[in-house]
Design a binder for this molecule. Structure first.
Ligand code: GLA
Length: 397
């Protein structure tokens, strides 16, 4: 049975009727630009060929009823009018938060039955949250029908409608899930394109699709999922974000995007920045420069040359920003030592995944070396898999 048949059959079993459609949204791997998106900075993610699927049908009442294949309980049921911050928890907060955020935007969200499936691991730093939000968002906009003002933009033009949807998804996550994330993940999963990385300026929210086709350069993009679950809600993520805001305030700039290394050094000397806040800010300032460097190399068609920038990013995240973990460090070291041309942690950190851009004939040695290094360090086995640079969220049936 195809994946589409499986998810459709599961929906029919639960809801007792056929669905109106099936929507898919991919996860993402961020090539570079980590913890810059809430500092008005630059990011460079790619959408990948692992997805969250939402199967849904419109209802005649105002009830939103949702199931998840990863949760044997359920369904989770709420009337649309009761949705909002403080109402939902767990996976359903992403679903219900998205419905709420669309209503806040004025989309006439209808009642719906909705089932969630995924071949994208959750908690692996690959944006399963944003994927769930995006797939639910597209589904609800389609079920709301034409003339909602958004459906045309979202499905048609890949610019305005999708950026508005990404903002709504970020709002759902900030206000309903309670995770103070930036907008990188939502933009990546909605605006990604096969064969391209999404170069996003988070200040203007302008995007440029930069060619990135590993296979054409004889490379494979490997994900090393450390299987250390990262839960960013209530994690030091929020504390890092506050440190950046403190640093920007001390420097008298709107966001760290506007600071230079000289500004930071002067503020450290004058005592306006303490040593830890200085290092947090230094990560952000240097990371923005590394994004621009990588974008430049990719524009020149030189993906094999991005290794030093990615290594610099990992070191900075480990030493200055302190969001790596021993498993991520071992993954990156072992991957580079066994032939990867570039590797670093990807996503928020504190667990989750690393990426390793690897020559095709080094995929097996890298996999073996990473697995062996984990075993030697006494860590549980990682999950190492290749991903394709894929299309953003879409309706598939
Ligand atoms: C998480 C957040 C993003 C971003 C990254 C770090 O994935 O959701 O907004 O801040 O961490 O780059």
């Amino acid at each position: 049975m195809s994946l589409l048949d499986t998810v459709t059959t599961a929906f029919v079993e639960r809801a007792g009727r056929p669905p109106d459609g099936v929507w898919r949204a991919p996860g993402r791997v961020n090539l570079i630009g980590e913890h810059t998106d809430y500092n008005d900075g630059f990011v460079l993610p790619v959408a990948i060929d692992r997805s969250v699927f939402v199967v849904a049908a419109r209802r005649d009442d105002d009830v939103l009823q949702s199931w998840s294949s990863r949760d044997r309980g359920g369904p989770v049921t709420h009337s649309l009018s009761e949705l909002g911050p403080g109402v939902s928890s767990g996976w359903s907060a992403y679903v219900e938060g998205m419905a709420w955020a669309l209503r806040e935007l004025g989309v006439p969200v209808p009642g719906a039955d909705l089932a969630v499936h995924a071949d994208l691991p959750a908690g692996a730093g690959l944006s399963s949250s944003a994927a769930l939000e995006a797939a639910v968002g597209l589904a609800l906009i389609d079920l709301a029908g034409p003339g909602t003002g958004m459906a045309e933009g979202v499905q048609g033009s890949r610019a305005v409608g999708r950026v508005a949807l990404a903002r709504a998804a970020q709002r759902a996550e900030n206000e309903v899930v309670g995770m103070p994330c930036g907008i990188m993940d939502q933009m990546a999963v909605l605006l990604g394109q096969a064969g391209h990385a999404v170069f996003l300026d988070t200040r203007t929210q302008a995007t440029e699709l930069v060619p990135f086709d590993p296979a054409a350069a004889g490379l494979t993009l490997l994900v090393i999922d450390t299987r250390v679950k990262h839960a960013l809600v209530g994690s030091p993520y929020a504390e890092r974000r506050r440190a950046c805001e403190r640093a920007a305030a001390a420097l008298g700039v709107g966001a760290l995007r506007d600071a230079t290394l000289d500004d930071l050094t002067a503020a450290l000397r004058s005592g306006d920045l303490d040593e830890v806040t200085f290092r947090r800010a230094r990560h952000v300032v240097t990371e923005n420069d590394r994004v621009l460097e990588v974008v430049d190399l990719l524009r020149q068609g030189k993906p094999t040359a991005i290794g030093p920038a990615l290594a610099g990013s990992h070191d900075s995240l480990r030493d200055d920003y302190e969001v790596s973990c021993p498993e991520l460090d071992v993954a990156v070291e072992a991957a580079v030592a066994s032939g990867a041309v570039a590797a670093r942690m990807t996503g928020g950190g504190f667990g989750g995944s690393a990426l390793a851009l690897t020559p095709i004939d080094a995929v097996e040695p890298v996999n073996a070396a990473v697995t062996e290094a984990f075993s030697r360090a006494g860590f549980g086995p990682p999950s190492v898999f290749a991903v394709q640079v894929a299309a953003g969220a879409e309706r598939i049936a």
